[in-house]
Design a protein around this ligand. Structure first.
Ligand code: SF4
Length: 241
């Protein structure tokens, strides 16, 4: 194990996965601090800072033990690594320690850094950020990673949050590239109701979801999965649930 610390915003659960292929499944979230992106609509800006007041630095073995304890105490066998960007750290030994205890490990990352240890995860959710985020497109890098790892495409998912019509054009580019592979493509309705009292968040999210379905149906993306953000419908913008 390395002596480098992993900075963590929060480890919480059990809760349910609110997005993607495992939507609804019981899991623990391990959310790292630190991100190389600054998305306009980021719903977890608190992860950007690695200052002592906003997160905690763990040695790998301590983070593994803390995560295993939470899994054991809550009878949960599924951990999701997220952030921030979990790929700014090395999770090899933590993934291997969790697997030894028969715990499934998924990762969610934006695709700007795709280290070799990713292939040890059970599900690799790459979430490229569309134009509305104001961040760079990682298309060529993601394409290269998928070509290099053609033997594990069945466990790779592309998941893109959609905020406007330009984002749908961006989504279509990924769809056209990977539609004939085993990579699964998901899109989810973006949450632009951050801050404020959000008392209409459920109604507005469902309206946005219906609109997203209509807009995607106008394209030729037959095998795409269109999902809401279930955690937003259940808990709004509350943290740690
Ligand atoms: S990649 Fe994720 S955590 Fe980082 S700024 Fe974008 S939405 Fe926020």
């Amino acid at each position: 194990m390395s002596e480098e610390k992993i900075y963590v915003s929060e480890v919480f659960g059990p809760t349910i996965q609110g997005e993607g292929p495992d939507i609804g499944s019981k899991c623990i979230f391990l959310r790292v601090a630190g991100c190389d992106f600054r998305c306009n609509w980021c719903d977890s800006k608190y992860t950007w800072s690695v200052s002592k007041s906003k997160c905690k630095g763990y040695k790998e073995e301590d983070l593994l033990e803390c995560t295993l304890d939470l899994c054991r105490n809550t009878n949960t066998s599924h951990v999701i690594l997220t952030g921030g960007n979990p790929c700014i750290y090395n999770f090899s030994s933590i993934i291997s320690g969790l697997h030894k205890s028969k715990i499934k490990v998924d990762i969610e990352t934006q695709g700007s850094i795709l280290p070799n240890w990713l292939i040890n995860c059970d599900l690799i959710v790459i979430s490229p950020k569309p134009p509305s985020s104001g961040q760079k497109d990682v298309f060529e890098y993601v394409k290269f990673f998928i070509l290099e790892n053609a033997d594990i495409t069945e466990k790779i998912v592309i998941k893109i949050p959609i905020f406007n019509k330009e984002d749908i054009v961006f989504l279509k580019k990924y769809y056209d590239e990977f539609k004939n592979s085993k990579v699964r493509i998901y899109c989810s309705v973006g949450n632009n109701m951050l801050g404020g009292n959000n008392k209409n968040i459920v109604t507005e999210s469902l309206n946005a979801y219906r609109n997203l379905i209509d807009e995607v149906f106008k394209t030729n993306m037959e095998s795409i999965h269109i999902l809401p953000q279930m955690h937003v419908l259940l808990w709004g913008n509350k943290r740690g649930v």
